[in-house]
Design a protein around this ligand. Structure first.
Ligand SMILES: [Fe+2]
Length: 268
């Protein structure tokens, strides 16, 4: 059994003063860290599925590392559309991992290492595209090939990335925020891992997400900074700051994937 904490979209600013519509992102991230540290069990590791920083600024990653280093378990990061991989590598301390495409690429694509790797093959992929192309994601062929080649077939497989792979049923999100080749990647993952594919875990939406697509379980965690609206026919996204602090506790057993969502009250 493995206990994993899934967090996302902290949106650290270059200093502690950054507010998103009145919600201070650093104070809310600190509340997230405190809540995780007060859990009555020790997680095996923590995954942050991207948008560590609000803008790619080296000071923001310095602040993120300062705050998140209070978490005791190893931490792993995926690249969000607001992130910068060289800065993440310079400032953030990652848990033990196995790079799948080489560190020379400005992409975070790796398998989570250490003792947990003996039970489940956890992959972190990088869907970042240049900001001028938009807030959607796209998975490069070299990453897809590397992950598929690494899947052993005899262990459960789980995937973490920033951008959801499949439509979530909200017009604005489905047109703008998904991994453009996400369904194609899911089909290839299914072919490689079969029934051992144990879940796709994402951020980006600033909304809690649970969906089942072609037999694959998807789980997204919201942002401690602010939530987005996600109505079925929305033509735009509005911000909903000031809500509770979210994180997901994900358990991997021999037979199942279990997700328990937390919503921690926050008082400024
Ligand atoms: Fe975000």
């Amino acid at each position: 059994m493995l206990e994993v904490i899934h967090i996302s979209d902290t949106h650290f600013g270059p200093d502690r003063s950054l507010d998103i519509r009145g919600a201070n992102t650093c104070a809310r991230a600190e509340a997230l860290v405190k809540a995780i540290n007060e859990l009555p069990f020790e997680p095996d590791f923590i995954v942050h599925t991207g948008d560590v920083a609000n803008d790619p600024d080296i000071s923001a990653y310095t602040l993120a590392q300062e705050v998140l280093s209070d978490l005791k378990p190893p931490i792993y990061y995926a690249t969000g559309n607001h992130d910068n991989v060289p800065m993440m590598r310079e400032k953030l301390i990652f848990g033990e991992h196995v790079p799948l495409i080489g560190d020379s690429a400005n992409q975070l694509c790796y398998r989570i290492g250490g003792v947990v790797a003996e039970k489940v093959q956890f992959y972190v992929l990088d869907g970042w595209v240049p900001p001028e192309e938009g807030p959607h994601g796209f998975l490069s062929e070299n990453q897809i090939e590397a992950v598929l080649a690494d899947i052993s077939g005899d262990k459960p497989v789980a995937v973490f990335l920033h951008y959801p792979l499949v439509p979530v049923g909200s017009k604005w999100i489905d047109e703008r925020l998904l991994t453009r080749n996400g369904v194609d990647f899911q089909n290839k993952l299914l072919a490689a891992a079969g029934s051992k594919l144990r879940g796709i875990f994402t951020g980006h939406l600033h909304r809690e997400l649970k969906l089942f697509h072609e037999g694959v379980f998807h789980s997204g965690v919201s942002s401690p900074a602010c939530e987005f609206t996600a109505g079925p026919i929305d033509d735009f996204c509005d911000f909903l700051p000031g809500g509770p602090i979210p994180f997901n506790h994900v358990t991997f057993t021999e037979e199942a994937t279990l997700v328990k969502g937390y919503s921690i009250p926050f008082e400024a």
